[in-house]
Design a protein around this ligand. Structure first.
Ligand SMILES: NC(=O)c1ccc[n+]([C@@H]2O[C@H](COP(=O)([O-])OP(=O)(O)OC[C@H]3O[C@@H](n4cnc5c(N)ncnc54)[C@H](O)[C@@H]3O)[C@@H](O)[C@H]2O)c1
Length: 344
């Protein structure tokens, strides 16, 4: 295990004990404008300074990181200060980046407040900021002391955020634990999953991040659906209208299911078994044409020598990594694919 995943009986008490054990002087709680209602009371209970950024993926930026470093400096924060992220994947990625670099790293906790962050983004120690529209181009590997899974943090989530989180849960089912997909199929799209299932999906991520902490090989399995998802997110960010990661991932899983069929990695029947589950989780919209988002795959971190890197689903419960196609081959594989046909 790369770090501890805990389900504390009482989050405030747990943080108090962590502070004692780590001999921390100051605590800083970090949130965005939408998670302030959870972060502020927590900060007051544990006696922490509360720092905030505006909500939204466009704020996962080096400019916000610099502003936060200056706030830490002004508050006289030092290596014996503890940093606590209270938010979704945006807060955990940006907050992790800030904490990992301030004075070369200060102790950190994640208290994820979205389903997506509880099953994925808060786990595994990747931190990031975007470079303009290019997703997660700058970042570090930096482990929190622990990730605290607290069901109370999910209570105020919107229906769309619940469906977004299920995208990463579904992906974990697809690559490893088909029972998770069976469970999601039986649940209403907007219903929060039970914490036992959140934990089960989180454990898939914990395992692969644990065997390959720096994503040299095995961990790439977790990138299934993400080559297309990140290209779509970049396209949307470039248009000045960020799309939620979970929505981009649903679309990415659909498109990569199609690619897997066209590349002969899975039979059409085998892929349709799970691809047809996806639309009920997706918010209706007019999706861009494939030719519009395809060039944004150029920024994918799995690419090698100009070829586009994929981790593709084979049959439910398995996946192949280290697959490389030239941009032209990807264009050919996707030539008859349109997100509007499959998702709306
Ligand atoms: N580091 C990783 O391994 C990893 C993995 C997957 C995704 N990510 C990153 O995570 C981000 C996506 O995560 P996300 O979907 O959690 O996004 P997010 O943090 O932007 O949260 C989504 C929205 O929900 C709001 N919100 C969060 N918790 C809330 C709560 N409890 N109540 C009300 N509103 C709440 C946020 O303010 C935001 O508006 C992306 O930046 C993605 O790149 C990182």
């Amino acid at each position: 295990m790369p770090h501890t995943l805990v389900q504390p009986r009482n989050t405030v008490d747990w943080i108090g004990k962590w502070r004692e054990k780590q001999e921390l002087d100051k605590l800083v709680v970090f949130c965005d404008s939408n998670t302030r209602y959870l972060a502020q009371p927590l900060a007051e209970s544990v006696g922490a300074l509360c720092l905030e950024v505006p909500a939204g993926e466009e704020n996962k930026s080096i400019q916000q990181a610099e502003r936060l470093w200056k706030e830490l400096r002004n508050a006289n924060a030092a290596r014996d200060s503890g940093w606590i992220n209270v938010g979704g994947g945006m807060v955990c990625d940006l907050g992790g980046f800030v904490a990992s670099n301030y004075q070369r790293g200060i102790p950190m906790l994640h208290v994820p407040t979205t389903l997506l962050a509880q099953v994925d983004a808060a786990l595994g120690g990747k931190t990031a900021v975007n470079l303009g529209p290019w997703k997660n181009q700058v970042g570090t590997f930096y482990l929190p002391s622990a990730v605290l899974l607290d069901a109370a943090m999910l209570k105020g989530l919107s229906a769309e955020e619940v469906r977004n989180g299920k995208a990463e849960m579904f992906k974990h089912g697809l690559i490893e634990d088909i029972g998770v997909i069976d469970y999601l199929e039986k649940l209403a799209p907007d219903a929060l999953p039970g914490m036992g299932w959140v934990r089960r999906a989180a454990d898939v991520k914990m395992y692969w991040a644990g065997v390959d902490p720096h994503e040299k090989n095995y961990r790439k399995i977790l990138n299934t659906g993400h080559t297309v998802a990140h290209a779509l997110e970049a396209w949307y960010l470039d248009q000045g209208q960020a799309i939620a990661h979970g929505q981009a991932l649903w679309a990415g899983l659909m498109a990569e299911g199609w690619i897997a069929v066209q590349a002969g990695l899975v039979t059409e029947d085998g892929a349709l078994e799970w691809m047809l589950d996806i639309p009920r989780f997706v918010t209706k919209r007019k999706w861009p044409k494939t030719s519009e988002w395809l060039p944004w795959m150029a920024g994918d971190k799995k690419n090698k020598s100009g070829r586009i890197g994929f981790s593709l689903p084979t049959y439910p419960g398995n996946c192949r990594t280290e697959l490389l196609f030239s941009p032209q081959e990807v264009g050919i594989l996707l030539r008859k694919f349109d997100l509007n046909t499959w998702l709306n």
